[in-house]
Design a protein around this ligand. Structure first.
Ligand SMILES: Cc1cc2nc3c(=O)[nH]c(=O)nc-3n(C[C@H](O)[C@H](O)[C@H](O)COP(=O)(O)OP(=O)(O)OC[C@H]3O[C@@H](n4cnc5c(N)ncnc54)[C@H](O)[C@@H]3O)c2cc1C
Length: 477
């Protein structure tokens, strides 16, 4: 019996679809199974009453060439909608919004930090490298830059953007680029300086964007890649080792043979699938916790908001009691998010900081966000639109010894040749990181297929997908 597909990807979120896209680009015959009736997983754009809202990711923040390549080759770069020129980023301090300085000269004048904290920051280059094993984000930032810098800037960022608890989140997992600079150069200042020189040499800048039609355009385009077939409403329930690959069974009775299987589901679902094969790996996957998140989309008449909305939004530190994690001023960043003369604010509730807030009912959630935003923005009227998106398992928490956990999970999966991982609990949660991880995983598969000579070959100038897989396979299972 031959394999039905070269690679079966389980999970049709951005992790699975980006992986499938890269694999399809290599000429492999790929199938994606998605349990839900729609593709995209957490990514979903909704348009109603003149408002365009995102269920999860709103923006891609990119500085990676892999993302550039995928956008260029898929044609997505023509649909790119750049974010409006960056304005201020605010954090709340003592009930007021204070702009976070983004340039060195603004830092000196900034009212966000005391002079002691600024002087402490200047000594950062002299701080020796002496990281503890599995150092937390709070420990790492406080050691390098001082406690005040952590409390007023990093804590709101990590809790607000990544939904983690910085006292438990592992620095190496959450801030891999920053910790790598310390590892490589001994000093963060020297590392950042070398990075700046490198970026100047390559001309690489960071950009932030969405797409015409919203983030759904991204997932729909990836799913349309030739060589990739996406099946929705198809839930994988069993992985059975087979000769030269795997047989995978779905809840609705489908059975597919694949040379390689990619796990792109949330950790709990991956744990269930590998439990009969690798109990320790399953236990490690099961131990990854998720923070619940609720996105509260609030539409207001623009005249009812006194603030100029001259920025990206605001984050709340944990010292500001009874507040959401943050609020993005989405209509100030992207066109056509709100009807003419209206404004769209997206507030986030829950996270590791206040998980119970994600379960509040709609009325309480909207009321809470308005009470927090009113003193900052000056809101006069009542919302003309309120819409909520709830995620019981919003974002995976890179807590504890997360790097070691992921290493052990990958080692466990390696005991079962042909099982690969590309999911947001490993290698970063952002859309950018998902695309980059998908690329790395696709390379891993191509290398492994080449090693077993199961890689599709170019025959008569055409790539023939699955040819060697078919010839080499037997009908043992
Ligand atoms: C509120 C919120 C805001 C965010 N904002 C941003 C942002 O602005 N920018 C950014 O870069 N990132 C953002 N993120 C992060 C990013 O959106 C997510 O990390 C990413 O979308 C997760 O993609 P994924 O494919 O790994 O997982 P998911 O999207 O969860 O996809 C996994 C899929 O696997 C499927 N599945 C599960 N079990 C099975 C099975 N047995 N068989 C088949 N299918 C199965 C599920 O149905 C699901 O569709 C945000 C996240 C949230 C929650």
């Amino acid at each position: 019996m031959v394999n039905d597909v070269d690679v079966l990807v389980l999970g049709g979120g951005i992790s699975g679809l980006a992986s499938a896209w890269w694999l399809g680009r290599e000429g492999l015959h790929v199938e994606v199974w998605e349990r839900d009736e729609h593709i995209g997983g957490k990514i979903q754009t909704r348009k109603a009453a003149g408002y365009t809202t995102e269920r999860s990711a709103t923006l891609v923040l990119n500085f990676r060439h892999e993302v550039d390549a995928l956008l260029r080759e898929s044609g997505l770069d023509r649909a790119k909608l750049p974010r409006a020129a960056a304005g201020n980023r605010y954090v709340v301090q003592g009930g007021r919004m204070v702009a976070v300085p983004t340039r060195a000269r603004d830092l000196v004048r900034s009212e966000l930090w005391s002079w002691n904290a600024k002087l402490r920051l200047l000594t950062a280059p002299l701080v020796p490298r002496k990281r503890r094993d599995a150092e937390s984000v709070a420990e790492f930032i406080s050691r390098r830059f001082g406690r005040e810098m952590f409390d007023k800037a990093m804590e709101p960022y990590v809790a607000g953007v990544l939904a983690c608890d910085p006292d438990q989140a592992e620095a190496r997992a959450v801030l891999p680029r920053l910790t790598a600079l310390e590892d490589r150069y001994g000093s963060l200042a020297l590392g950042v300086f070398c990075r700046i020189l490198q970026r100047k040499a390559t001309g690489r800048t960071t950009e932030s964007f969405s797409f015409a039609g919203g983030m759904s355009t991204l997932v729909a385009t990836l799913a349309n890649r030739p060589g990739v077939r996406v099946l929705t409403g198809t839930s994988a329930v069993e992985l059975v080792p087979a000769s030269r690959g795997w047989r995978v069974l779905s809840a609705d009775g489908r059975s597919v043979r694949a040379a390689r299987v990619v796990l792109s589901t949330p950790a709990g679902d991956a744990a269930r699938l590998v439990r009969p094969l690798e109990s320790e790996t399953s236990r490690l996957l099961d131990g990854i916790r998720y923070a619940p998140l609720t996105v509260v989309h609030i539409g207001l008449r623009r005249n009812d908001v006194r603030h100029p909305l001259d920025g990206t939004g605001v984050l709340f530190p944990r010292s500001e009691r009874l507040s959401p994690l943050g609020c993005i001023w989405t209509s100030a960043l992207l066109p056509e998010r709100a009807p003419e003369g209206s404004a769209l604010l997206d507030c986030y509730l829950g996270g590791a900081r206040q998980p119970e807030a994600a379960a509040w009912d709609d009325a309480r959630s909207v009321d809470h966000c308005l009470r927090a935003m009113d003193p900052l923005l000056g809101i006069d009227g009542t919302p003309e639109m309120a819409r909520l998106d709830r995620h019981a398992h919003g974002l995976p928490l890179y807590h504890g010894r997360h790097v070691a956990r992921i290493r052990a999970i990958k080692a466990g999966l390696a005991q079962r040749p042909g099982l690969h991982l590309a999911a947001n609990f490993a290698g970063g949660v952002s859309v950018r990181d998902r695309i980059v991880s998908g690329r790395a995983m696709a390379k891993e598969i191509i290398a492994s297929l080449s090693a077993t000579s199961a890689r599709p070959q170019t025959v008569f100038g055409k790539r023939v997908s699955g040819l060697l897989t078919a010839v080499g396979a037997d009908s043992a299972t």
